[in-house]
Design a protein around this ligand. Structure first.
Ligand SMILES: [Zn+2]
Length: 498
């Protein structure tokens, strides 16, 4: 069992903290519901991207193989309670901006990628677009019709929820909510095509004004949102796959409807582990679908919004997201960003502090073993903390605690500069690994950072410590900072920022 991971994560399906049962030889599938690209990405999009980025980074750090699929929804949304005459959001933006729907899709997909790059989010391995998988969606729906799980009415196709519920009543998340939906939908929805208000559209006949439309065996139309994710996840990851994730608001009806389709399509429980992150509250209010209160990420980075007092570095936004536990609600406001800014700076200062106090090997004042043990104990706790449901807020506390313990030692005239070099290496490397590789922070390119890194470099050159020289070079190269030695015989240097 040594090969199995000791990380535990909360599974929304079972409502329990569960160990992850896979080996290093297996390729683990993760499917996350991506954005509908019709407007600028906002803090809600950032939260989803950063939370799953952390999971992927951590699993890879533990040497597990992950295939991360996150879709781009670029065809019209069809939700259970959408008025069928309502225009979808992409088409609405296309009319407003007087461009084609696919121009809207391209424009905001690029904006989304740009924001994610600024947030240091590693790109997904596969980023399928719904519009590029229409034939697969049609074939999928045909199979469901054949199995009697779907029926055709006037060019639209609906999923027969009652049949699914009779067969698999025990596998859904939110049975109670379904009952609530039945009551409210019956009053609200005037759709008389459905056999039951619980049924949802797999394919919808396109009215003449609907710009995004495709040929199908049932007429010209467009696929339903729930079908898109079910089809693309199955297509790339195969059923069953291990992880499916998204925001908590997607549990119902979206994920419920995905499970229903995948399960009835394959006869297999489709996903082992469901991960849902909490929602973002903007100044205490849930981000509304109309985006009235959604501050775009680019506006946060530029400080270009009436509620913001300044521009914020994307790393501060990343910190803000990670300082809340991923399952909890997250507050977004100027004040929350100010607190995050302080936290991020504190974390960076810890990084500086470790580098500035690298032992020289000359010990003036021996560090007591109890103090060393304490530092190693905190260092080792980093993994333990993440192994318990990715508890990043506790990880930040432990990282601060490590540095404050070192500073307290200084007050007793015991500097970490007197630590045995291999102990310092262990502590510093672990701190940097968590800061940079796992939490995914970039180091700010400030004069202070450059001075520290360059003096460290000069010292290493002087002492001919080749491994340290290489490490500093590669560390800075990741930030597009390249050190070159001008004259090999002396220890001068220059740096360039690209
Ligand atoms: Zn989805």
């Amino acid at each position: 069992m040594e090969n199995y991971i000791s990380t535990k994560l909360y599974n929304t399906l079972t409502k329990r903290l569960e160990p992850l049962l896979f080996s290093k030889e297996e390729k683990i599938g993760l499917y996350v519901c991506g954005p509908t690209v019709y407007s600028d990405p906002h803090i809600g999009h950032a939260r989803s991207a950063v939370v799953f980025d952390l999971l992927v980074r951590y699993l890879r750090y533990l040497n597990y193989k992950v295939c991360y699929v996150r879709n781009i929804t670029d065809v019209g949304h069809l939700t259970a309670n959408q008025n069928e005459n309502e225009e979808d959001k992409i088409i609405r933006s296309a009319k407003k901006e007087q461009i084609l729907p696919m121009e809207v899709v391209q424009k905001y997909t690029l904006r989304y990628h740009d924001a994610l790059e600024k947030l240091a989010v590693i790109p997904a391995d596969i980023e399928p677009r719904a519009s590029a998988h229409i034939p697969e969606q049609i074939a999928w729906i045909e199979k469901l019709i054949k199995k009697n799980y779907a029926y055709v009415v006037n060019g639209s196709v609906y999923f027969r929820s009652q049949k699914y519920r009779q067969k698999y009543a025990n596998v859904t998340f939110f049975k109670q909510k379904i009952e609530k939906l039945t009551e409210s939908e019956e009053k609200k929805i005037k759709n008389r095509e459905k056999e039951s208000p619980l049924d949802f559209a797999l394919w919808k006949l396109a009215p003449p004004q609907h710009l995004m439309r495709w040929d199908s065996p049932w007429g010209v139309g467009f696929p339903g949102w729930h079908t898109e994710c079910a089809v693309m996840a199955s297509h790339y990851l195969g059923i069953p796959f291990y992880f499916h994730g998204g925001g908590h608001d997607l549990c119902f009806p979206h994920h419920e409807c995905e499970i229903a389709q995948m399960h009835s399509h394959s006869n297999i429980a489709p996903v082992k582990h469901w991960i849902h992150h909490g929602l973002v509250l903007v100044n205490g209010v849930k981000i509304s679908k109309s985006l009235a209160n959604a501050v775009s990420l680019h506006n946060i980075f530029r400080g270009n919004h009436s509620t913001l007092r300044q521009a914020y570095n994307p790393m501060v936004v990343r910190y803000l997201i990670l300082q809340s536990h991923y399952r909890k609600g997250m507050q977004f406001s100027n004040q929350a960003l100010q607190i995050a800014k302080k936290g991020y700076e504190k974390l960076v200062n810890g990084w500086f502090y470790l580098l500035q106090n690298k032992p020289t090997g000359i010990i003036n004042n021996t560090v007591p073993s109890t103090a060393i043990d304490r530092l190693l104990q905190i260092t080792n706790s980093f993994s333990t903390i993440l192994n318990s449901d990715l508890h990043t807020p506790k990880l930040f506390v432990a990282m601060f605690n490590l540095i404050s313990n070192m500073r307290k030692m200084e007050k007793k005239n015991i500097s970490i500069i007197n630590l045995p070099v291999q102990i310092w290496e262990k502590i510093a490397n672990n701190y940097i690994r968590f800061f940079q590789d796992i939490l995914g922070f970039r180091i700010p390119k400030t004069p202070k950072m450059l001075n520290i890194a360059l003096s460290w470099y000069q010292q290493a050159k002087k002492n001919k410590e080749n491994s340290t020289i290489d490490r500093i070079r590669s560390l800075l190269q990741k930030e597009n900072i390249h050190i070159e030695d001008r004259i090999k015989s002396d220890h001068s240097w220059r740096y360039s920022i690209t």
